[in-house]
Design a protein around this ligand. Structure first.
Ligand SMILES: [Fe+2]
Ligand SMILES: [Fe+2]
Length: 134
């Protein structure tokens, strides 16, 4: 099941990054499917962990690219990433300590954070990078 439907408007035009964004969408959709099917907590915990790992990997890739292209907004961008990682880790820990369940509210938070970040912040650096390739 799809909580997020990938469309071209989410593409920032950098292949490696777009593929990673698609990967994140797949994991969030997976979490949504498992939640809807009422899958066991252990199963959701594994996907949650996968989401956290993949997100960190993606952010490192992006930050390295931004560094290479001397993107002036790098520090601000890193801060946005860091805040999301903190939020994600808190959710993950609350979930594994059974303080919360994966609800639609949690999933929608992940969904809208990711899509807004792609559409605004990631597209912003993509425009900066494209200047070097035109
Ligand atoms: Fe980003
Ligand atoms: Fe990104």
């Amino acid at each position: 099941m799809e909580l997020i439907k990938w469309t071209d408007k989410y593409s920032i035009g950098i292949k490696e990054i777009d593929n990673q964004h698609k990967g994140l969408v797949i994991i969030i959709n997976e979490l949504f499917t498992y939640m809807s099917e009422g899958k066991a907590r252990e199963k959701l915990e594994i996907i949650f962990e996968h989401l956290a790992d993949y997100t960190k990997k993606h952010f490192s890739t992006e930050e390295l690219v931004l560094y290479k292209y001397a993107y002036p907004g790098l520090e601000k961008h890193k801060e946005e990433h860091l805040m999301f990682i903190e939020k994600l880790e808190n959710l993950q820990s609350d979930f594994s300590h059974e303080k919360i369940t994966v609800t639609l509210e949690v999933l929608n938070f992940l969904k809208y954070w990711l899509l807004n970040h792609i559409l605004i912040s990631d597209k912003h650096y993509a425009n900066h990078i494209k200047k070097f390739h035109s």
